[in-house]
Design a protein around this ligand. Structure first.
Ligand code: NAP
Length: 283
């Protein structure tokens, strides 16, 4: 069994990104700019935003976190986004979710210029992605594809099961696996005989948000198991959706939590920001 080390791979990709950024900065005097807008004081969001800022600075980007109170009106938030849309110094705009209830999340995602939508959640980017012409790819599944590449894991012809059908993880993951010529099944909370279905998978990706839900009964011997879940156990410890200790006995490759998919997600956001910057230079 091989443990897929997301932390090491993310550090390697971040290092490469910092080199590419430095080279382009020398050549053009310009650098990628990433702005993150954080509404309110959700503790988990504050941690995510801090990590994104740290990662952007480590890559040599210009980085700004705009913190606004949760009393901001929707019109004010849309106005703020528009300012960054218009400003050529910024190549990526992220609005940290979730948003307070009085703000329409869809209106906010629609307001971001698709060319700066490094999360890939704008319908224009989603449409391009689904129709096979991706520009921005949702970062968590993009990071998982990097892991497959790095570890030489073959997808073509393999049977893949993705458990979870969210727009940010499950569905785009299934699409990327399909594009890589796997045969893909998407499972969810209404799927019958889930363990039996999962046991058929050569590649099993789990993104449901339930601590240690996937036990060895869900896993075929030799399967590749990717755990996207981030949950807290009763002691506040970060745990995945997969019961790691028992599943690792069966898997050929497995991602741990923490140190698996998580670090790759932020790295891929930085990659997308760099690519948005480069596309802007090429214009
Ligand atoms: P989400 O929007 O809540 O979606 C969860 C999906 O799991 C839904 O499709 C749901 O099915 C399915 N599901 C829930 N319980 C199930 C069960 N008992 N059996 C089968 N399917 C079940 O969650 P998400 O945003 O995709 O995130 C999933 C997990 O990944 C969370 O723990 C989240 O924190 C984590 N995450 C991690 C990263 C990272 O960078 N590591 C990034 C994003 C998310 P229905 O559609 O039928 O309700």
């Amino acid at each position: 069994m091989v443990v897929i080390d997301g932390k090491v791979l993310a550090a390697k990709l971040q290092g490469r990104l910092a080199e590419k950024t430095a080279l382009l900065k020398d050549k053009t005097g310009l650098e990628p700019g990433l702005v993150v807008i954080l509404v309110g004081e959700n503790p988990a969001s504050q941690v995510y935003v801090r990590n994104k800022e740290r990662s952007a600075l480590a890559a040599g980007f210009r980085s700004e976190v705009v913190r606004v109170p949760d009393t901001i009106t929707q019109a004010e938030l849309l106005g703020l986004i528009e300012r960054y849309n218009q400003d050529d110094a910024w190549h990526g705009i992220l609005v940290q979710l979730p948003l307070p209830a009085h703000i329409d999340e869809e209106a906010v995602l629609l307001a971001i210029d698709p060319q700066k939508d490094v999360d890939g959640f704008h319908p224009t980017n989603m449409g391009k992605f689904w129709s096979g012409h991706p520009v921005m790819i949702p970062s968590t599944p993009a990071g998982i594809m990097e892991m497959f590449r790095e570890y030489g894991i073959t997808l073509e012809g393999k049977k893949a099961v993705v458990i979870g059908r969210s727009n940010i993880v499950g569905k785009p993951m299934a699409q990327l696996l399909l594009d890589a010529h796997a045969t893909v099944t998407i499972a969810h909370s209404r799927t019958e005989n889930l363990a039996q279905l999962a046991r058929e998978a050569d590649i099993l990706v789990v993104a449901i948000g339930r601590g240690h839900f996937v036990t060895k009964d869900f896993v075929k011997e030799g399967a590749v198991v990717i755990d996207v879940g981030m949950n807290r156990d009763e002691n506040g410890k970060l745990i995945g959706d997969v019961a790691y200790d028992e599943v690792k006995e069966l898997a050929s490759y497995i991602t741990p939590v923490p140190g698996g998919v998580g670090p790759m997600t932020i790295t891929m956001l930085m990659e997308q920001t760099f690519e948005a910057f480069q596309r802007n230079l090429d214009k």
